[in-house]
Design a protein around this ligand. Structure first.
Ligand SMILES: [Zn+2]
Length: 251
């Protein structure tokens, strides 16, 4: 009580957001709760939590690697097999498309990197504004005062909420890039990204100039462990990586 009386108007918002955090974290299936604490914006937090709640308990099988797991992968035979297949695709692509090169940014996207992207990405901001407005409409402006909210009702609401437009990123922890199971292949020319992993270039560059087809042709020729590209959302640069167990065992 004393603490409550002590906080002024400015302090009240802070106190509420702290307990809102606690309530939302309670809804997050492990290990996703930890990621939420690194998303300060309430709308972005709700949008991520929506994905976490929808995965439920099976989220652990999909969750991004820890720093230790990334370190263990680095230089391993599995890592070398991945790099060799990327190199084969790059070589084929370069020969088929003189003047153009493949650029791949790393092979594992850390959770820190995913969080930083989530916290600044524009398509996430649009989704965040939409879900926060809907949340306030459903739970009242008081929705930010969690003592008044039934946690199970909020969980059900999150599961059912349908954003009108999909964010161009998976919620932090949920991308296959976080466990070396997906690679984005960008096209480079004269040392610069020419066709990037960027939805703004989807029609104007990837489709109009046929880079989707050209990349696919290299995959079909020399990338047996790459599957794709991703179609939902539409990302011609994104291929899942799933080496057959036999290929790894033969090393
Ligand atoms: Zn991707």
């Amino acid at each position: 009580m004393l603490a409550l009386l002590a906080v002024g108007l400015a302090g009240k918002a802070v106190a509420d957001s702290v307990s809102l955090d606690a309530m939302l974290t309670k809804l997050a299936p492990p290990p996703s709760g930890q990621a939420l604490s690194h998303i300060p914006d309430p709308g972005r937090k709700l949008l991520a939590l929506r994905s976490y709640v929808r995965y439920g308990a099976k989220i652990a099988d999909r969750w991004s690697w820890t720093k230790e797991q990334i370190k263990a992968f680095d230089g391993s035979p599995e890592h070398q097999a991945l790099l060799a297949e990327i190199a084969a695709v790059s070589k084929h692509f370069r020969a088929a498309n003189p003047g153009y090169e493949i650029y791949v940014h790393g092979t594992v996207r850390s959770l820190d990197e995913q969080l930083a992207n989530w916290n600044k990405n524009d398509s996430v901001r649009e989704g965040a504004e939409e879900i926060l407005a809907a949340y306030k409409a459903a739970f009242g402006e008081d929705g930010l005062e969690p003592a008044k909210i039934d946690v199970q009702r909020l969980a059900a609401w999150l599961r059912d909420f349908k954003p009108s437009k999909r964010a161009s990123l998976a919620a932090p922890g949920l991308t296959l890039h976080g466990r070396a199971s997906a690679i984005d292949f960008q096209v480079m020319k004269d040392g610069r990204i020419y066709a990037g992993a960027n939805s703004k270039q989807l029609e104007s560059v990837w489709r109009a100039e046929g880079w989707d087809r050209r990349l696919k042709a290299s995959m079909e020729a020399v990338g047996p462990s790459f599957f794709g590209p991703l179609t939902d959302p539409d990302e011609p640069w994104h291929y899942d990586y799933a080496p057959s167990p036999a290929a790894t065992a033969s090393n």
